[in-house]
Design a protein around this ligand. Structure first.
Ligand code: H2B
Length: 98
């Protein structure tokens, strides 16, 4: 079972990511993505969904037109684990190759 990260490890991991923020009032990280249009946003979500399923680690997200808001947390440990940092990095990689 994956472990909940200690604050210092969490901060170190976050500093390696671009524009992911700690949520206020909840141990989770979040980032907002904006695309050219709905089709681009949904194509991105489809790619992320396939990676998430492969990792067995799933985002909380919402989509409004061309914006996708993503929150990552590890429900099994009630906080942030290395899986959230890995998925965030994968999501950024996907967003860059659009
Ligand atoms: C049984 C299964 O491995 C777990 O329920 C997985 C599935 N996807 C998950 N996704 C996220 N974000 N957190 C989890 O704790 C989690 N657990």
């Amino acid at each position: 079972m994956v472990e909940r990260l200690k604050p210092e490890d969490r901060a170190a991991g976050l500093s390696q990511l671009t524009e992911w923020h700690l949520c206020s009032g909840r141990e989770a990280i979040q980032k907002s993505f904006k695309f050219q249009d709905f089709t681009e946003a949904f194509a991105f979500m489809t790619r992320v969904a396939l990676i998430a399923e492969k990792m067995d680690h799933h985002p909380e997200w919402s989509n409004v037109y061309r914006t996708v808001d993503i929150t990552l947390a590890t429900h099994d440990v009630g906080g942030i684990s290395v899986l959230d940092l890995k998925l965030a990095a994968e999501i950024d990689r996907i967003a860059q190759h659009r």
